[in-house]
Design a protein around this ligand. Structure first.
Ligand SMILES: CC(C)(COP(=O)(O)OP(=O)(O)OC[C@H]1O[C@@H](n2cnc3c(N)ncnc32)[C@H](O)[C@@H]1OP(=O)(O)O)[C@@H](O)C(=O)NCCC(=O)NCCS
Length: 131
C-alpha cells in the first residue's frame, strides 16, 4: 500500500479570487455546495486565461477535480490559479481553493482541479491564444 501524498502547505499559483462563503451557498448539511466552489474556481481560472490571451474565453473542460474537505459558512475562500500549458487556442490552468476562518491565519486546501479554457472571438469561435 502506498502512503497518501502529503498535503501541500502553500497554494500553487497566484490568488485570483477571494470571497466569503455565505449562507445562501450552503446545502442542507450546512456545508457549502460543491457547485458554488467550482463556479468560483471557474471564474478565477478564467481571469488568468483572459489576461493570458487578452480575449474572451470559455470553459471547455474541467479535469482532475478533487474535493478534499468541506467548506463552512463564513470561511474565507481564496482561489489560486497557475497556467499549466498553452495550446493553439486553449489554455490549461491549475486552480486550487483554500480556506481559512476569521480566527485563523493559516489556510487549508479544499479543492483542486484543472480547467481548460478556449480563447474565442466575438462570434464565439476559437481563436489563437498568441495572435
Ligand atoms: C469551446 C468551443 C468554443 C470549442 O469549439 P470547437 O469548434 O470544438 O473547437 P476545437 O475543436 O477547435 O477546439 C478548440 C480547442 O479546445 C480544445 N478542446 C476541445 N475539447 C476539449 C476537451 N474536452 N478537453 C480539453 N481540450 C479540449 C482543443 O484541443 C483545442 O485546443 P488547441 O487549439 O489549443 O489545440 C465550443 O466547443 C463551445 O463553445 N463549447 C461550449 C463552451 C461553454 O459554453 N462553456 C461553458 C460551460 S457552462
Amino acid at each position: 500500500m502506498t502512503a497518501p501524498a502529503a498535503e501541500p502547505t502553500l497554494p500553487l499559483g497566484d490568488v485570483v479570487i477571494r470571497t466569503i462563503a455565505m449562507p445562501a451557498d450552503a446545502n442542507a448539511n450546512g456545508d457549502i455546495f460543491g457547485g458554488w466552489l467550482v463556479s468560483q474556481m471557474d471564474l478565477g481560472g478564467a481571469i488568468l486565461a483572459r489576461t493570458t490571451s487578452l480575449s474572451r474565453v470559455t470553459t471547455v473542460a474541467i479535469d482532475a477535480m478533487t474535493f478534499l474537505r468541506p467548506v463552512s459558512v463564513g470561511d474565507t475562500v481564496s482561489c489560486y490559479a497557475q497556467l499549466l500549458s498553452i495550446g493553439r487556442t486553449s489554455m490549461k490552468v491549475s486552480v486550487e481553493a483554500w480556506v481559512h476562518t476569521y480566527a485563523s491565519s493559516t489556510q487549508q486546501r479544499v479543492t483542486a482541479g484543472h480547467f481548460t479554457y478556449v480563447a474565442i472571438d466575438p462570434a464565439g469561435k476559437p481563436q489563437p491564444v498568441k495572435r
